[in-house]
Design a protein around this ligand. Sequence first.
Ligand SMILES: *Cc1c(COP(=O)(O)O)cnc(C)c1O
Length: 392
Amino acid sequence: MVKSPVYLDYHATTPVDTRVLEAMMPFFSEHFGNAASLQHRFGWIAKESVEIARKKIAEAINSAPGELIFTSGATESNNCAIKGAAEANRSKGNHIITTQIEHSCVLESCRRLERNGFSVTYLPVDKFGNVNVEELANAVTEKTILVSVMTANNEIGTIQPVSEIGKICADRGILFHTDATQAVGRLPIDVAAMNIHLLSFASHKMYGPKGVGALYIRSKNPRIAVEAQMDGAGHERGLRSGTLNVAGIAGFGKAVQIAMEEMDEENGRLLRLRNRLQEHLLKTGGVKVNGNITKRLPNNLNVTIHGVSADRLMTEMNEVAVSAGSACTSEETGDIQYSHVLHAIGLDGNAGKSTIRFGLGRFTTEEEIEYAAERVQAISAKLRVQTEVGIQ
Ligand SMILES: *Cc1c(COP(=O)(O)O)cnc(C)c1O
């Protein structure tokens, strides 16, 4: 028997790996110093631990440790990167290019910039969720200062041609930011080889604690200027003031280290499990896989189950934790809206409301996958019959 409920929502967050928790424990009550208190041993120990973590994390993306600043998570990193780079480069232009399938923290940062006099192009994506790099190149004007395209999508798992986009931006002297929150620790990332200037990610998507993230800001070839979004005592080179979350950062460092060491093996295992789940669900009939079948995160499965309401499926299937494509509610009308990502890949409202996302992870087992597949199939069949006979 599998232990219920089964967690298959790893794109939303992940449990803290016990090895990570162990690495964090000394920093709560024993080594509790402030990493900015450099007059005594308590501060030195905290500072040293932060710098050890910074080095490990920097190695994982091939950056220098000094090019990373710690934040509260990917939302803050994205805000800092986009608003900070836009403000610092205002004299060069006011145009930004992004995509329609970014996380809302990227889209809302762009909307705020629009209200402040910037102009933003929201590039469409194809039906697999990919940006067309030619279209991106054509959208560049002499006013373009920043391109922000996510590395991998959190709903449909589509992986973007980040290296190609980086090359276009480098050739034209435009800044390139990528939200790599779903990618770091899962896909190889090399900020130098991929021509990335700014890169955001978070600890809690890779078995580290919540409330810690990082932003990579390139310091040479070229040096990137970013305007601070958090003013104060000048922590993190003046770019992000506030006492560092030492325990969280130590955990983040350990989480990245484990993810890098185990990446290949874990990806192979997740790919097999994901494909098995996909095969089972496709047998249900009336099921379509969303996203790019080949350029996709190995732990992602996003499916539309035609004729089945995702909300009702999830209510009936409370022993399996997944996420629906219709998570947000419109503020104006109160209507349930289906996701902007599904809309961008061409799903209509009906399909959007019949879409669910599975996110597999480190602790997902074969038994859990078999169980989840069986539950989805059984409940979908039941809901379809109910719909046919008119039970609402
Ligand atoms: C989870 C996620 C975010 C937000 O991260 P937080 O750490 O929760 O702020 C941003 N972008 C992507 C792609 C994500 O998956």
